[in-house]
Write a protein that binds this ligand. Structure first.
Ligand code: NDP
Length: 397
């Protein structure tokens, strides 16, 4: 018997809500709340299993959140709104004594910068209140960090080199679209690259480091080193790492569009005046781009995301590759959402299940790799994201 409040009715929220509803043995009451009530109602209408209640909330407003949490009394709040809302929702959880889970770390609206410091600063207060915050429980961050913890636990005495490889070999048929919230996505991929090496961060120009990597069932794809948030917690939680990088594939068309968008100033978050009204170019651009939640119908191909690790086992060097491939079409057939929303929403539901069944429950604020990976890894395949592994293959890196 457990109650969850899900905040955010976008692509990811839709998958989380449907997956929670489909597991009525754990999720016995579900409330889905977001800025636009009609989006919650549409998701509730297509869900099967536990009936989903809906509500309207502005998650930027702590008093509104507190009122909603007090009236519903959930055991856990799942935050799949935007990273801008992380701290207000954590504040409301602290005030009401309810645990918290999210899929992306806090980012201020007026600065294209994300880091865990803001949320880690809640650790002591969550501990004293006796509640849990589970940070970054999507796919990346999320499953990639759990794969790393699983590898460290079962396959290595010491992990030394980690390369997270994220390939989207899907085709949505649009000239340019982003797979999750365009504002957050464009802020992420246009910033400088950064990776960890020999105890310090090495900064690169955006997309400066490029290599064609082979992805299972897909083949070679140009992959670029970008900075991604899980690197920050992984190098802290696995201090034996000599190097940690994150690679993402981008097509030439996508990069050309991105360059144009930047060159003409549309990626800017500096306010400008337009006919007497202040607008933020990137937010305006978001309104003109396809909605990621609507990309699913004709989306073909698959994603392939995993970890390529090198380290020591019994005094010998060993490599390990663990990955999941997810078909956009299969994700769409099941949930009406494309693969990127699916690969984020399923782990968020399963992380919630881990908390609610007592497997990931301890007071404080934690990144997912700080919990036991085994119960999560035992169930993730059953819920739609099976994993594969290869020991001592050529990891190319
Ligand atoms: P969407 O933009 O599709 O959805 C966001 C939802 O949040 C919208 O329904 C929006 O409401 C709602 N929302 C925004 N602001 C507020 C607010 N102030 N109060 C209440 N609701 C609000 O994004 P996605 O579903 O693609 O992404 C959701 C989250 O998942 C993001 O944080 C993203 O960074 C994260 N993510 C994580 C990944 C991972 O692997 N870890 C991968 C992909 C995404 P409305 O529709 O009314 O505007």
């Amino acid at each position: 018997m457990s109650k969850v409040l899900i905040i955010g009715a976008g692509g990811v929220g839709s998958v989380v809500a449907q997956k929670c509803a489909a597991n009525p043995d754990v999720f016995t009451e579900i409330l889905l709340a977001s800025r636009t009530l009609s989006k919650c109602d549409a998701i509730a209408a297509r869900s099967k299993g536990t009936k989903i209640q809906t509500a309207k909330v502005d998650a930027d407003q702590v008093p509104e959140l507190v009122k909603l949490i007090r009236s519903f009394q959930p055991d856990l709040v799942i935050n799949v709104a935007l990273p801008y809302q992380d701290l207000t929702i954590m504040d409301a959880c602290l005030e009401t004594g309810v645990s918290y889970l999210d899929t992306a770390n806090y980012e201020p609206k007026d600065e294209a910068k994300f880091e865990y410091s803001w949320q880690w600063a809640y650790k002591e207060r969550f501990r004293e209140r006796g509640i849990t915050a589970i940070l970054g429980c999507g796919f990346d961050p999320g499953v990639t960090s759990i794969y790393t913890a699983y590898a460290a636990k079962h396959h290595f005495d010491e992990i030394q080199y980690l390369d997270i490889v994220d390939c989207n070999a899907g085709d949505h048929g649009k000239a340019f679209a982003t797979n999750f919230n365009p504002e957050i996505n464009i802020r992420e991929v246009t910033q400088n690259g950064r990776y960890w090496e020999n105890g310090k961060w090495v900064e690169t120009r955006p997309h400066e480091i490029k290599k064609a990597l082979n992805y299972p069932n897909i083949g070679p794809k140009n992959s670029y080193v970008i900075y991604h948030e899980e690197l920050e917690s992984l190098v802290k939680n696995f201090p034996t790492l000599k190097r940690a990088r994150f690679w993402m594939t981008f097509g030439d068309e996508y990069l050309t569009h991105l360059r144009v968008i930047q060159n003409i100033g549309m990626a800017s978050i500096e306010p400008i005046m337009y006919k007497g009204v202040e607008i933020i170019p990137l937010q305006f651009l978001k309104e003109t781009l396809p909605n990621p939640g609507d990309l699913g119908e004709n989306y073909t191909g698959e994603t392939s995301i995993g970890c390529r690790i090198r380290g020591l086992k019994n005094g010998k060097e060993q490599t390990y590759y663990i990955w999941n491939n997810c078909s956009h079409q299969a994700a769409y057939d099941e949930t009406g959402m494309q693969g990127v929303s699916y690969t984020t929403g399923v782990p968020a539901m399963l992380g919630a299940m881990m908390y609610l069944t007592g497997k990931w429950k301890k007071p404080g604020v934690f990144n997912v790799e700080e919990f036991d990976p085994d119960p999560f890894m035992a169930l993730i395949g059953k819920h739609g994201l099976p994993w594969q592994e290869e020991i001592n293959g050529d990891i190319e890196l």
